[in-house]
Write a protein that binds this ligand. Structure first.
Ligand SMILES: [Zn+2]
Length: 115
């Protein structure tokens, strides 16, 4: 890709960036909790549906947060916003690699000389 086209592609990605504070990293898991005794619902075999957000940190440490049912839709949206933003950032970085390569090539006169 030439420099102008790379810059145009980058601008397009920047325009598309979902600039919002509603971002969340992690995985939302659905679990069923069952009480051993004293719970009629669990005695009927139903159990309780719970949602847990799992977040992994560099080094492998993880944290878990329970998410109230009424906030699940919102959490899913925030997770999707994060993924979208992350993908756009990665794509911009790839284009910037091309720009750096193009600049390096131009400053060397385009072609490597051999002697
Ligand atoms: Zn129960």
């Amino acid at each position: 890709m030439n420099r102008d086209r790379t810059l145009a592609a980058r601008d397009k990605l920047v325009d598309r960036l979902a600039v919002t504070g509603e971002l969340l990293r992690g995985t939302l898991l659905e679990r069923i909790v069952r009480h051993k005794s004293g719970c009629p619902k669990c005695a009927r075999g139903e159990g309780h549906q719970v949602f847990v957000l799992t977040v992994t940190y560099p080094g492998g440490r993880t944290r878990q947060f329970s998410v109230r049912r009424e906030r699940v839709a919102e959490v899913r949206r925030w997770l999707a916003n994060y993924q979208e933003l992350k993908e756009a950032i990665e794509a911009i970085c790839e284009l910037n690699h091309d720009l750096l390569r193009a600049q390096a090539a131009a400053s060397k006169g385009g072609r490597k000389r051999r002697d």
